[in-house]
Write a protein of this length. Structure first.
Length: 202
């Protein structure tokens, strides 16, 4: 695997301009998502600020209690998922929250673009991929069980951590840098702690 991605055109000035253009296309396609409300788990999590006021507890205590309850009653262990409550605690309104969702999705696409460019040494495949992305995704307003409109950007954030981990790992294969290896491992573990379905990736 030595030499994987050698000579790639990762994020040079022309690549950055191209990436921004591709992300702009995706922004236009998914812009209607900003004009939507809270769905699924988001409707429950959005009241966390009120819960803190009602109980007199701070956000850290509420998150810790939620993690303990999830482990005790549902046998689910993904401690970093508590980030979702922090997002709703900090977001002033639903529009700010939707902007966060859109930003997370765009960042996940950028990380994927970077990984493919690293692996192929070309921007052709990642360019085609980002152009085709809107054709394979949909916004489901009716039922609300949608990874783009809801669930606190869980899937995009998992993707960001995973793609960045893989990019660092390929760089480790190129350079032998132990720093890249440990960072890759740290991000991979973080992705697993974000959503327990990732355990199957081990």
């Amino acid at each position: 695997m030595k030499g994987v991605g050698t000579g790639s055109v990762l994020l040079r000035s022309s690549s950055i301009a191209l990436l921004l253009s591709l992300l702009a296309v995706n922004i236009l396609v998914f812009l209607p998502a900003l004009d939507s409300g809270y769905y699924a788990d988001d409707a429950f999590n959005s009241v966390v600020r009120g819960k803190c006021l009602e109980t007199g507890k701070n956000i850290f205590s509420v998150v810790a209690e939620g993690n303990r309850a999830m482990l005790k009653y549902n046998a689910r262990f993904f401690p970093l998922s508590g980030y979702s409550l922090f997002i709703h605690f900090l977001a002033p309104d639903v529009l700010a929250y939707k902007i966060f969702l859109l930003a997370a999705m765009l960042l996940s696409l950028a990380c994927y673009f970077n990984l493919l460019a690293k692996l192929t040494g070309s921007i052709l495949l990642p360019t085609v991929t980002l152009l085709l992305t809107p054709l394979f995704l949909q916004l489901r307003y009716v039922y609300g069980w949608d990874p783009i409109l809801a669930f606190d950007a869980l899937i995009p954030l998992c993707a960001i951590l995973l793609f960045t981990s893989l990019t660092l790992f390929t760089r480790y294969l190129d350079t032998g840098s132990r720093k890249d290896l440990w960072l890759a491992l740290l991000l991979y573990v973080a992705a697993c702690m974000l959503y327990e379905i990732t355990y199957s990736a081990f």
